[in-house]
Design a protein around this ligand. Structure first.
Ligand code: NFS
Ligand code: SF4
Length: 658
């Protein structure tokens, strides 16, 4: 028994009965090719060879004199028609990725603000403020008077102030004030302190219009400023206000992989990013009248599963099992057992409608700004999201009635724990009465934990499913680096069994394992969705403020990584990590690699400006080695490099850690 348990959660593969987390995907891919349905891996393969100009960032199609493709050393092709160099072109393209990424996170945040305002003003049925403590906390962050005011008034003012952050024309973003003093000084000195969120994004579009900003330095500063407006603005607002509305996450046990789809039940998959409607779908799935309807249709109940960041949102707050991450969206449909997949915005492949049509699944779009040919549209009623949720589940019940008999659900799941926020780390490591980051800092200073790495971001079919995430995280924890994870990377880790407490004993180095075992946490902490990368900024800031590890984020033995990135949001996140002083390693491909000067600034010049830079390493193990090297350098600079070797463990010492 114990052996099985160990296999199930702890061998890094989620293996059960000889089938592992990767096999589950393979079963589906085989099924799809039998059924003549294409999938993302196949389509990715057929894109080879990928265009070099596009891959290296040196194709410009900003104006109709182009497209211009730069060939260095070839007369007449060394610049674009207008004379733009490879460096200018690559920097402009890079900035536009940041603009799109920041816009996606921030537009999401804007809708959270609007929801909070509606809730506070009593205009939204069935939604209440869940986290009153967080209302007070955010009010204090925003300088809002609390006194004896009704909570809803305070919440309304929070929403209004937060909405004001988007259109603010001057001054500094409110949340930037939370950063360590030294960091704020750096931002001001470098001229990258963000003003309003929308303003920074618009300014990128202006500067990168034909014939405006051509200096790499000047362009990349605006890139940093806009990315900071995302991390310390849009994303942070989304996270904090979602916590107010739906509750700050607490550790929660769940399971993941295609096996969470239940053949006997009506399966509703929530996919996308914004949590308002999915929260309501979770609530409506327990509605007695709907359960009766499902039973009348012959189902044993209603089962909710998630994909992508919506999965993380409903997981963090309700323990709803994630079916999988970005690359699982088509595979889930190919089980034939998904009755309805409800999508909103971001990271939804348009291919889902084609796949769904082969497997009797209804794809329901719900956002005003995201419509698909071949999908049904049930627009979310902002004043009555519960009613919208009921309609969607009913659509699933209808579809269940005509579900084909030959469904194919691989019986594979992995157990794990999620729900780690800044607050819970504080509490778990610090204890009820002495909530603080002191024990974490002390464990780092003492060398049991070598450092911390945020391994986050997407999956990319160019690498195969999850493998780079899993390899990098395993290498890091083996070397006593505590891993914090979000987004699709977090779901990769969970699926591979790295987010279970047992993983500490099985894979982590002795020092990290001793801390994890003493506290009862996994060596890889699932901290939520991609907007929740702001939780990493807050956690890192708390480490600085606790003391003993320098006076800025760039002093911490800390790094970031996105080994399988694909979306523009990942670039915005990486850039706000770097501009916040966190060394960041990306895999897959580097979007400016054809432009030497621009790349040099990103990989080197930024270090002088922000105390951190980017790195690119497609091999996840080598990427982990870069992170470990960086962490060791930081330990040396802090004078704590010797501590690691000195610590010897015995059971008594381990017990002391709690
Ligand atoms: Ni993040 Fe979430 Fe996943 Fe990448 Fe897409 S779901 S916001 S962008 S693919 S991690
Ligand atoms: Fe070519 Fe310059 Fe136009 Fe870009 S802006 S397409 S480099 S002419």
């Amino acid at each position: 028994m114990a052996g099985n348990e160990k296999k199930k959660n702890g061998d890094g593969s989620g293996r059960i009965d000889g089938m592992d987390c990767f096999d589950a995907s393979r079963v589906m891919l085989d099924g799809m090719s039998r059924d003549g349905v294409t999938n993302v891996f196949e389509r990715s393969e057929s894109m080879e060879p990928r265009c070099r100009f596009g891959s290296e960032g040196i194709c410009c199609r900003i104006c109709a004199m182009g497209p211009c493709r730069i060939v260095s050393g070839k007369k007449g092709k060394e610049t674009g028609v207008c004379g733009a160099t490879a460096d200018t072109i690559a920097a402009r393209n890079y900035l536009r990725m940041i603009a799109a990424g920041a816009a996606a996170h921030s537009d999401h945040a804007r809708s959270v603000c609007e929801t909070l305002l509606n809730v506070a003003r009593g205009k939204m049925k069935d939604l209440e403020i869940k986290d009153e403590q967080k209302v007070v906390k955010v009010a204090m962050d925003f300088g809002i008077k609390i006194g004896a005011r009704p909570l809803k008034d305070i919440a309304a003012e929070i929403a209004e102030k937060a909405l004001g952050e988007f259109g603010k024309q001057s001054g500094e973003l409110l949340y930037a004030a939370k950063a360590p003093e030294k960091r704020k000084r750096i931002w001001r000195e470098q001229g990258v302190m963000p003003r309003g969120i929308d303003r920074e994004i618009v300014e990128i579009m202006h500067r990168t219009h034909m014939g405006v900003d051509h200096s790499v330095d000047s362009l990349l500063r605006q890139g940093a400023r806009t990315a900071l407006a995302d991390g310390w603005g849009g994303s942070m607002i989304a996270t904090e206000l979602q916590d107010i509305l739906f509750g700050a996450p607490e550790p929660v046990v769940s399971k993941t992989n295609l096996g969470v789809i239940d053949k006997e039940k009506v399966n509703v998959i929530v996919h996308g990013h914004e949590p308002v409607l999915s929260e309501m779908i979770v609530a409506a799935s327990m509605d007695a009248s709907l359960m009766r309807e499902a039973e009348a249709a012959g189902a044993k109940g209603i089962n909710i599963g998630g994909i992508c960041c919506t999965a993380n949102e409903v997981l963090m707050r309700h323990g709803i099992p994630p079916v999988g991450n970005f690359l699982s969206q088509e595979l889930a449909l190919a089980t034939g057992a998904v009755d309805v997949m409800v999508v909103d915005v971001q990271c939804v492949m348009p291919a889902v409608t084609t796949v769904a049509s082969c497997y009797n699944t209804a794809i329901v779009t719900t956002s005003k700004i995201a419509r698909y040919d071949g999908a049904e549209h049930i627009e979310m009623d902002e004043t009555d999201a519960y009613e919208t949720a009921m309609k969607i589940i009913r659509r699933g019940i209808d579809k269940f009635k005509t579900r084909p008999v030959n469904v194919n659900v691989p019986a594979v799941t992995s157990d794990f724990v999620a729900g780690f926020s800044h607050e819970t780390i504080n509490y778990l490591l610090g204890g009820t009465f002495r909530s603080s980051y002191k024990p974490l800092n002390e464990n780092i200073i003492g060398g049991r934990i070598r450092g911390v790495a945020g391994v986050v971001g997407c999956n990319n079919p160019r690498l195969g499913n999850d493998r780079a995430h899993v390899a990098m995280m395993m290498e890091l924890i083996r070397n006593d680096v505590l891993v914090l994870t979000t987004g699709c990377g977090a779901l990769s880790a969970a699926r591979a069994g790295l987010c279970s407490p047992e993983a500490a004993g099985l894979y982590a180095g002795e020092g990290l394992a001793s801390v994890c075992e003493a506290v009862g946490i996994p060596p890889v902490l699932h901290m939520g969705s991609c907007v929740d990368n702001s939780r990493l900024l807050i956690a890192a800031t708390a480490m600085v403020k606790e003391g003993g590890l320098g006076d800025d984020l760039s002093d911490l033995p800390l790094a970031g990584a996105a080994p399988e990135w694909m979306s523009e949001k990942a670039v915005a996140i990486g850039q706000y990590f770097v501009a916040s002083g966190v060394y960041t390693v990306f895999g897959v491909t580097w979007p400016t690699s054809g432009a030497g000067g621009t790349t040099e600034e990103l990989f080197g010049g930024m270090k002088d400006k922000y105390g951190a830079c980017w790195a690119f390493e497609p091999d996840p193990i080598k990427g982990a080695a870069l992170i470990i090297e960086h962490i060791d350098e930081k330990r040396k600079a802090l004078g704590i490099d010797k501590a690691r070797e000195r610590v010897l463990f015995d059971m008594a010492k381990r017990r002391e850690l709690v």
